[in-house]
Write a protein that binds this ligand. Structure first.
Ligand code: ZN
Length: 264
């Protein structure tokens, strides 16, 4: 066993994780141990440099994930600790060739550390992205307040209409969340059912809004995943501010929304 030196690109990605974790905490989107962040780092390491580090822990990964190297936050870890204790509350793990175990090759220094119980969801999304959307290396799951509120509203049953009403609030929402929000039906946390519905969501949308729970986005890096969630939530917040003020917003027209497609 030997210590691993992180490539400079990985150091840079981890800095983005710390930065975004601070944003999530300030927004009240990451209470207690809520939320988790992961990133597929396989392409940043050579096969040899990640071999024979750490003890193997049995875990049943989806077939095809042998050799993946994944950054992921810890179970029960507080995301706000990623700001200044990232090496204690998150880790980089390598999946063995048979995809039936992982070993931690960096981080996880907190006593009793284990990867998030959402590991199966994150792993499944990374496998899907590596095949269908290989530019998307990062996955962020958090609890954005206004988006969660919208998932309790009847609009949640009409995905087209929910997107129209969120997009119509201001041009940026249409331009920067161009594929919109998926109304992802409720599934229990930490289950492969949740992984399945989330993968369905990413086939056509930028954000998976987990009914009565939170939201998840995939993007090339953690900061861009945050941007999807931030801008989508902005649309939801503006909409609900109008409702709270007692009026229905007039909104951008369908023609105005169409016109914005030139910037996408
Ligand atoms: Zn959650």
């Amino acid at each position: 066993m030997h210590a691993i030196k992180l490539p400079i690109q990985v150091e840079n990605e981890l800095k983005k994780v710390s930065k975004v974790a601070g944003y999530l905490w300030q927004r009240e989107w990451a209470e207690r141990n809520a939320g988790n962040i992961s990133m597929n780092l396989t392409s940043f390491f050579s096969k040899e440099e990640v071999l024979d580090i750490g003890e193997e822990v049995p875990f049943s990964f989806p077939g095809g994930m042998g050799g993946f190297v994944i950054y992921i936050t810890g179970t029960g870890c507080y995301l706000r600790d990623l700001v200044d204790k990232i090496e204690e509350v998150s880790c980089i793990l390598r999946i063995n060739e048979k995809a039936n175990a992982y070993s931690i090759i960096w981080g996880g220094k907190q006593h009793g550390f284990a990867p998030t119980c959402e590991l199966i969801s994150h792993a499944s999304i990374h496998l899907f992205n590596s095949i269908h959307q290989p530019e998307n290396l990062a996955v962020v799951h958090t609890h954005p307040l206004e988006l969660i509120c919208l998932s309790h509203h009847e609009l949640f049953n009409n995905e087209e209409e929910l997107n129209r009403q969120v997009w119509m609030m201001c041009p940026e929402v249409k331009v920067f969340v161009p594929k919109g929000i998926h109304c992802t039906p409720y599934a229990l946390s930490s289950t492969s059912d949740l992984a399945k519905v989330t993968i369905e969501a990413f086939k056509k949308r930028n954000v998976s809004l987990w009914e009565k729970h939170g939201a998840t986005a995939a993007a090339p890096d953690v900061e861009k995943a945050w941007d999807f969630l931030d801008v989508a939530n902005k649309g939801a917040k503006l909409l609900m501010m109008c409702w709270s003020a007692g009026f229905k917003p007039s909104g951008l027209s369908d023609d105005q929304l169409k016109e914005l497609e030139q910037f996408i």
